[in-house]
Design a binder for this molecule. Structure first.
Ligand SMILES: [Zn+2]
Ligand SMILES: [Zn+2]
Length: 337
């Protein structure tokens, strides 16, 4: 079958890949489309990532084969499937660290959504696959996984009505956060050096104010009566952002790292962290519960995603999509075989 094959060293070319065969409890999907995620880009550009590999985990497809014993899905169903599933029973899972479960990263779609066909393993079929209602488009449904990751972060940040939240980075993830935080009752301020992105977050996704660092800082202070933001959600910028973010967080507030990025050590004096009682949290990836909630939010039209896809590319041009994302020219790339 056709696939976009990663060879290592940041290189992706159109190529051939063995078409997966399905076993008991599994589904074979003919891929309809797959979103390109920032985490795919991070893997593609990391020098240590080995090829050959096929990425893509925001997968929408048609079920063309169902293994023995599959319940709830049938040939012909249009579904969205995510890649990682925790065991649900271990020490990590029972304490809300589902993405740290040893089974989580070991699970995966085969080979990935940037291919013509994808095998969905049994655990993913049971806990990370959803039949798409007719009124939801493929592109909208592809946001289940990224939205679930954002939901898990908002849960962990413990956002309350009346809070002020500052979202750093207004790519597609930043725009999902803007909506979720506003739904939670927070006044949202967005920060991004790209004026066009700030405008979109403000005009289309409910940020009360958005702009470059200076403008966002001013707005965060004003909206919080000078206290600073209750929550700062960092979706981009890496370690360097922390000092600036801490200066805009209220005493006792929290800073949430949603994404990794450049920089090793976090530049924050212990005295600042301690005396201002700041909390730094992180979340990596989603959980079955947040996938289900994300699916519901999209199906119910509570979160708007249709306008987030800026580029649609065929599978054999995935490398272009990667370049567009790296140059921050694309808000979101959606790839179709
Ligand atoms: Zn993703
Ligand atoms: Zn587990």
């Amino acid at each position: 079958m056709k696939a976009a094959v990663f060879h290592g060293g940041g290189r992706i070319t159109p190529g051939d890949w063995p078409r997966p065969a399905v076993g008991a409890g599994e589904l074979l999907l003919r891929v309809r489309g797959c979103g390109l995620c920032g985490s795919d880009i991070a893997k593609i550009v990391a020098p240590e990532t080995r090829g050959p590999a096929v990425f893509g985990h925001e997968v929408v497809g048609d079920v063309i084969e169902a293994g023995a014993g599959v319940a709830g899905f049938a040939v012909g169903d249009r579904v969205v499937a995510a890649h990682h599933v925790p065991c649900g029973q271990c020490h990590y899972c029972r304490r809300g660290s589902e993405s740290m479960c040893r089974a989580f990263k070991a699970s995966n779609l085969d080979p990935g959504g940037f291919a013509e066909y994808v095998r969905v393993p049994p655990a993913n079929v049971r806990h990370a696959t959803f039949r798409i209602p007719e009124h939801l488009t493929d592109e909208e449904a592809s946001f289940v996984e990224p939205l679930a990751c954002c939901l898990r972060a908002v849960d962990r940040a413990r956002v309350e009505a009346g809070d002020t939240a500052l979202v750093v980075g207004l790519g597609s993830i930043g725009c999902l956060f803007t909506q979720l935080l506003a739904r939670a009752g927070a006044a949202v301020v967005g920060a991004d050096p790209l004026a066009a992105r700030a405008r979109v977050a403000h005009e289309a996704y409910g940020a009360r104010e958005a702009g470059d660092a200076e403008r966002a800082a001013k707005a965060a202070r004003e909206l919080s009566d000078g206290r600073g933001a209750d929550h700062v959600i960092v979706t981009g910028g890496g370690a360097d952002v922390l000092g600036w973010a801490a200066g805009l967080t209220r005493d006792g507030g929290s800073i949430h790292y949603f994404a990794g990025g450049p920089g090793d050590a976090l530049p924050l004096p212990l005295a600042t962290l301690y005396h201002h009682e700041l909390t730094i949290t992180t979340t990596y990836s989603s959980s079955p519960a947040t996938l289900a909630r994300a699916f519901w939010l999209l199906a119910a039209g509570k979160v708007e995603v249709a306008g987030l896809i800026s580029h649609r590319l065929p599978l054999d041009r995935l490398a272009e999509g990667v370049d567009l994302m790296r140059r921050r020219e694309a808000l979101k790339v959606y790839v179709t075989p």
